[in-house]
Design a protein around this ligand. Sequence first.
Ligand code: FAD
Ligand code: NAI
Length: 470
Amino acid sequence: MTASYDLIVIGTGPGGYVCAIRAAQLGMKVAVVEKRGTHGGTCLNVGCIPSKALLHASHAYDEAKHAFGAMGIDASPVLDLPKMQAFKREGVKGNVEGVAYLLKKNKIDSYFGTGRVLKSGQVAVTLPGGETQTLEAKSIVIATGSDVARLPGIEIDEKRVVSSTGALELASVPRKLLVIGAGVIGLELGSVWRRLGADVLVVEFFDRILPGIDKEIARSFQRLLEKQGIAFRLASKVTGVSKPESPGKPLGIDIESAAGGVAEAIEADVVLVAVGRVPYTEGLGLAEAGVALDAKKRVLVDGHFQTSASGIFAIGDVIAGPMLAHKAEDEGVAVAEIIAGQAGHVNYDVIPNVIYTSPEVASVGKSEEELKAAGIAYNVGKFPFTANGRAKSIRMTDGFVKILADAATDRVLGVHIIGANAGEIIAEACVLMEFGGSAEDLARTCHAHPTLTEAVKEAALAVGKRAIHF
Ligand code: FAD
Ligand code: NAI
C-alpha cells in the first residue's frame, strides 16, 4: 500500500529537518527522505559541524603553542591528528544522532533512499537495495541542498586534490597546501591546516579576499591572516593541476594572472578546490514534474517558496540566497507555516554571516559598498578592540567593530566585526536590526563590563562621534 502524508520533505539538512519538525508541531503527518546514511545534510556531516570541530581543536593547539607561554603556562603541545579527527567525528555523531532523535520524537517517518518527484503529490524513493517505494503527500518540500563547484580540468579525487569534504579528512598535515578560492571554506580550512603546520597559499581570482563582504573588513582580515603565515596570490587563477609520476612527489600547479599571461609553475602536496557550491537538483525529476530552475540552476520559487508546480516547495541551498545553514533553517520554519496556512516569513535583510577563523569575522546587513551603490547616505561608527578593556586583558586585541547607520534616521543598516567571539557578539546586532533599532538605541543599552560587547556599544557611540574609550 502507498504510504500517504500531509508533507514529504526531500533532504534532511538544516532546511529539511527543521521544516519537518515545524510541520509536525503544526499537526501535519510528515515523512522525510534522505539519501545519505545519516540525517543532518552537508552542514552536520561534512560542513559546519566537522569544520568547527577542527577549527576549535586546531585553535587550541595553536594557542598552546603560541599564547600559553605569555600567561605563564609552559606547554609543548604534540599533535595527535588521528585523535583530533576522532574528536571531530564524535561531534558529528552527537549532532546527527540528535537530529534522528528529534525526528523520532516528533513522529516523523524517515525513508533512507534517493527521492524523486514523480508529479505534484507523489515521490518515489529508491532504497539502497535498488527497490522503489512510492509515497504520496499533499505537499512536497525540496531541500536537497548544494554540492561542491568544480573547475574544468581539475579532477577532485578527495585525496590530494580535495574539496572541503576531503580537506576535513586529511590523514596527515600537508607540507604545502594550495587553496583555490579565498572564500569562507578556503579561509576556514586553510586556517585549520596552517595552524597544524602546513604552508598555505591561497589563490583568488578577484583582487581581494571574500568578495561578498565589506571591503575594509576584508582588507584588515587579510593582513591578520598574513601575520599568521597564510600567503595570498590575488587576481590569479589556477589553470592546471598535474599529478606526479610517483605518489610521494608533489603535485604540479600552474598559476596565471586572472587577466591571463605567462603561467608560473609551483608545487603543493594537497590542493583544496574551494570556489563555491552549486545547487543540488540531480536526479530529482524536476523537469518532468514541471519544477522550473533559474539561470543558475537553482529551483525557482516565489515569495512563499512555491515552485512552478503546484504543491511543490523548495528551501535552503537549492534556492537563491546565501548558502547558510541558519538561512535554510529559517526558510524551513517559514515554509512549514505557510503550508499550514500561517504567515511564515524570512527577513533576508537580517541574516548574519560568520567566518570561524581566528579572529572571527561576523557581519549582518549592508556593507559600505552596498550602501554606496544604493545611494543611501550613512554614518559610520568604529571601535577597535585595542581600546576594549577585556580584549586588552586577555590579549585578544585584533580587529574592530564597524556600525553603519542611516544618516537621516540613525537606523542601523549594517554591523561588521572582526575580533574574538565576533560570531557570538553579532547576535545583539541581529536582534537590534530585527526590531529596526538605531545606533542611539544600541549606545544607550547598558553592556556588562568587562566584555568584548562593550566594543559594540562604543562603536554605536562613535556613530554620534562620542565614543568614550577611543
Ligand atoms: P544540505 O545541508 O546540503 O542538505 C541536503 C540534504 O539532501 C543532503 O543530506 C543530501 O544527501 C540530501 N539529498 C539531496 N538529494 C536528495 C535526494 N534526491 N533524495 C534524498 N535526499 C537527497 N553554513 C553555516 O551557516 N555555517 C557554517 O559554519 C557553515 N560551514 C560550512 C562548512 C563547509 C565545509 C561547507 C561545505 C558548508 C558550510 N556551511 C555553513 C553551509 C551549510 O552547510 C549549508 O548552507 C547548509 O547545509 C544548507 O542546508 P540545506 O538543508 O539546504 O542542504
Ligand atoms: P565562496 O563563494 O565563499 O568563495 C569562493 C571563492 O572562490 C570566491 O572568493 C571566488 O571569487 C573564488 N573563485 C571562484 N573561482 C575561482 C577560480 N577559478 N580561481 C580562483 N578563485 C576562484 O565559496 P566557498 O568558500 O566554496 O563556500 C561555499 C559556500 O559554503 C559559501 O556560500 C558559504 O556561504 C558556505 N560556507 C559557509 C561557512 C560559514 O558560514 N562559516 C563556512 C563554509 C562554507
